[in-house]
Design a binder for this molecule. Sequence first.
Ligand SMILES: [Zn+2]
Length: 221
Amino acid sequence: MSVLGDVRKLVADLHAELPRNDLVVWTAGNVSARVPGEDLLVIKPSGVSYDEITADAMVVTDLDGNLVEGDHKPSSDTAAHAYVYKHMPHVQGVVHTHSTYATAWSARGEAIPCVLTMIADEFGGEIPVGPFALIGDDSIGRGIVETLRHHRSPAVLMRNHGVFTIGRSARDAVKAAVMCEDVARTVHIARQLGAPIPIPQGDIDSLFARYQNVYGQEPVA
Ligand SMILES: [Zn+2]
């Protein structure tokens, strides 16, 4: 199979993780991946239900969001994904969801504080809030890039909207979206009963460094 065929299949398969992890309703939410060695990305078409997603149904666009290959219109979030790939060359995957708890934090414009070791591990600090931005130009993409450039976090809560995550692979970006919703929920519940305890910066730094280094290896007891 061609490289492009492989990326189409990967992106189609990863979309199944969104409903499986309760991150989406209806057709909201999408995964994209950069095509290695090309200024192209693969993303879900607009308005296609999760049951109808196949590798062949995926669409290919350039990094300005223009359709290159596909029978359907690209997702309306394509411009934001494309802007991220264009301005963050290390990013290989982007995910967008309106997952409930994380989006509730975004509705308040409040960053998720680093009060769990898994937040330090995966996000390296708080999960930041990005600006309010309207769909239709590059303002969502710009807001994602400008916010994530100043954070270790692969996730940003775009204010009054939802979550965007990035990854060194599309699978990493999906994982960050799943973890973001999970910690958003846990910290929300913690706050119902009192004030969560912040983790000191030095401990956040060592947790993050350790997790990034052992990532992908056999766990060490
Ligand atoms: Zn959205």
